[in-house]
Design a binder for this molecule. Structure first.
Ligand code: ADP
Ligand code: SF4
Length: 687
């Protein structure tokens, strides 16, 4: 094998008393598993260690009930009783020679304490971050000293649980230490407020006390947000951000640096296409400290990683999302199989699962979150158990994933696609403004298909009942997708909009196909309230088309709150001159006049327009499936026919990939087995 051009990434790095075997560092990230699902958590982190990450971290670990993040499911280290669950993770990580890190967290006024019901604490009395009419109380000196004692106790318990690296955390607006540092959250006049030295006092104490407690065997990491991306209204890396690094430069064993808040740290590719986008903010840190520095920014390309190390920007390649999209990223780089890396598309579906308080999921990696409950591993799948062939109809995300996994299992697969290109809905969506990185869902899978000799691909091949019968294959996966409806049925109404036939109506695909011809203002009616209508509005206005955005929702694309994008979406539309009309559903259409109904009062107003883009609901393309199932009793008895992805039930691209994967995994299982053994569950102990 030729010399690995990425060998620099496999240098060991000293972090205080411990050494990581390489530069791949999975920084702390939420996963919706935490203290509620410790086995799932351990298995998920364990897969990352198996995939070659040198350091694998937890998510935020609450150190005390006064920092209770419910309803979010994070990690907990309130007392010794949490040690056994955390040990599951450290053991799973150590099994593969990686170091385990824990992010000790007290969230101050970022915790609402909905579960513990203890009043939240913060440097100043102020509203809690969560939308709940509750305030945190100002910490007294006694509170500060108790808080330091909790942190120290948590550090000792972390060491007892087997962690190698323990964090002091001052980032994301989610930690009391950071709240003390930031002047707009700390107006104290005692020795913990006022000058930067004073505001930094608590952090300095935490670093020193953590080192005294466990520094003999554990590395002390400091996670610090150098910039809030608020300009002069917040922390800036050229000013106090840098001053903090100067004042504490040699205090931690490791600097983990990023930007705040979470929506800035985990920017989506839609609004931040640049890989390594945080480097301009954080790369100064290495010039100030001799300690190793880790940074993030959706780092996926090994060339960029080596460049950052060689340039002296970073010592360790930090990753949350790239490690979620591909837990095996380090070993693929080590084995010089970089073409096999599943590249993060920057969609933040992973983030949304934390916001919905369910186990993590990923568009690119359907096995994420399923390591324990279904026993899935992104690189290993059980081999075939019969010699039967499989036919997959449709090459959207569901069909592509299903075909790839069936082929990985060793089955002979035929993949038929009616269009001239593979990719289904991803081809359309990734052609829209800001979504080009989504194409990786298709590119990564098509690349794999091309390497395999057991998948035959037929493009421009629309399959009918007769053609399917002619092929004579018994196992059929119908991944025929869905189509946007144009009658106005959506969240707000279950009957077609009256008069919809009297006006020009476009589906999302049709309006883009016609974008060069459209001269008049277009109304986009968003009664889906997901992401697509907002993307279309942005896309069309960038093409010079005037857009009026009408929605029954109270903001544009409310679902994108879960991916940390909503404010950016609304700002983009305002900036591009889109007229936004919220809280209105379409009641009826007459003579190019749309009658809008206020969702609160029912009051009617009118809006003139020549054409409407309907983004409301989708209809499953299930006619071939229905024909196969219903119209042919002979076929029905002999064949194993499955409908998957959007054809079964329209959803996210992530859902389609997942359902394609699930179908390939469950290929030979009897329906009853699939229903019975859905997945393992973690049951609360009744002891
Ligand atoms: P999903 O998200 O479930 O994967 P998509 O809508 O992205 O669904 O993809 C469905 C794909 O199936 C489209 O590319 C479409 O052209 C293709 N397709 C639909 N019906 C047929 C058919 N009868 N024969 C072959 N391909 C089909
Ligand atoms: Fe990346 Fe999207 Fe997967 Fe998150 S869900 S890791 S953003 S591909």
């Amino acid at each position: 094998m030729k010399k690995n051009p990425y060998s620099r990434l496999f240098d060991p790095v000293q972090i205080g008393p411990v050494v990581t075997k390489n530069r791949f560092y999975q920084v702390p990230h939420c996963c919706g598993m935490g203290h509620l699902r410790p086995k799932a958590h351990a298995a998920m982190r364990g897969i990352k260690a198996k995939g070659g990450w040198g350091v694998v971290s937890t998510e935020e670990a609450e150190i005390h009930p006064s920092s209770d993040l419910a309803p979010y499911v994070e990690q907990r280290i309130w007392d010794k009783k949490d040690i056994p669950a955390l040990q599951l993770m450290t053991e799973a990580v150590h099994e593969h020679g990686a170091l385990a890190a824990i992010e000790l967290t007290h969230s101050g006024h970022n915790s609402t304490n909905l579960f513990s019901r203890i009043p939240a604490i913060s440097p100043d009395a102020q509203a809690v971050n969560f939308l709940y009419p509750k305030q945190a109380r100002r910490m007294t000196k006694k509170d500060i000293s108790e808080f330091r004692a909790w942190h120290k106790k948590a550090a000792l318990n972390a060491k007892a649980a087997g962690f190698d690296i323990v964090y002091v955390y001052a980032g994301h607006g989610m930690s009391v230490a950071q709240q003390f540092i930031l002047p707009n959250m700390n107006s104290r006049s005692d020795e913990y407020g006022g000058s930067l030295e004073n505001r930094l006092r608590l952090t300095r104490e935490l670093l020193e006390e953590t080192r005294d407690a466990i520094g003999d065997t554990c590395g002390i990491a400091f996670r610090f947000a150098v910039d809030e991306l608020k300009g002069k209204d917040g922390m800036q890396f050229q000013e106090e951000g840098q001053a903090v690094v100067e004042l504490l430069s040699e205090h931690p064993d490791l600097w983990d640096v990023n930007v705040s808040d979470w929506s800035n740290d985990s920017q989506t590719s839609r609004f931040q296409p640049e890989e390594g986008y945080q480097m301009p903010y954080v790369e100064f840190v290495k010039s100030i400290t001799t300690k190793p520095v880790v940074g993030v920014g959706r780092l996926t390309s090994p060339d960029l990683m080596v460049k950052l190390v060689e340039k002296g920007s970073l010592d360790l390649i930090g990753a949350a999302r790239p490690s979620i999209a591909d837990p095996y990223l380090p070993s693929k780089i080590k084995d010089q199989k970089t073409d096999q890396i599943k590249e993060c598309i920057g969609c933040n579906i992973c983030v949304s699962s934390d916001n919905f308080t369910v186990p993590i999921r990923c568009t690119q990696n359907p096995t994420m979150g399923e390591e324990w409950r279904r026993g899935w591993d992104p690189e290993t799948i059980s081999p075939k158990i019969t010699d039967q062939k499989a036919l997959v109809v449709g090459s959207g995300p569901a069909g592509l994933e299903c075909a790839v996994q069936l082929a990985r299992r060793g089955y002979q697969v035929i993949l038929a696609e009616s269009k001239s290109q593979l990719g289904g809905r991803v081809l359309f969506e990734s052609s829209l403004k800001g979504l080009s990185a989504w194409k990786r869902v298709v590119d990564n899978r098509v690349h794999e298909i091309l390497q395999k000799s057991n998948i035959e691909v037929y493009k421009d091949s629309k399959l009918s009942l007769e053609l399917v019968k002619e092929l004579g294959i018994n196992n059929i996966f119908l991944a025929t997708g869905s189509s946007w409806r144009k009658d106005g049925i959506g969240r707000s109404r279950r009957a077609p909009i009256k008069g919809v036939d009297g006006i020009k109506v476009y589906s999302p695909e049709e309006v883009v196909e016609n974008e060069k011809k459209i001269k008049d203002t277009v109304v986009i009616y968003d009664d889906e309230q997901g992401y697509l209508a907002g993307v279309l509005a942005d896309h069309l206005s960038a093409k010079g088309i005037k857009v009026v955005f009408i929605t029954p929702a109270s903001v544009v694309s409310p679902w994108t709150d879960s991916t940390l994008e909503q404010k950016r979406v609304q700002r983009a539309l305002i900036d591009s001159g889109v007229k936004i009309i919220c809280n209105q559903s379409i009641n009826k259409i007459e003579d190019e006049t749309v009658f809008l109904e206020c969702v609160y009062t029912g009051n009617i107003s009118k809006h003139e327009c020549k054409s409407i883009v309907m983004v409301t609901e989708r209809i499953s393309n299930n006619s071939l499936y229905e024909n196969l199932i219903n119209n042919n009793s002979e076929v029905k008895t002999k064949q194993n026919i499955k409908i998957i992805g959007d054809a079964e039930a329209p959803g996210l691209i992530a859902d389609a990939v997942y359902l394609g994967h699930l179908a390939a995994q469950n290929f030979e299982a009897e329906e009853a087995d699939i229903q019975r053994g859905i997945f393992m569950r973690e049951m609360p102990s009744l002891k």
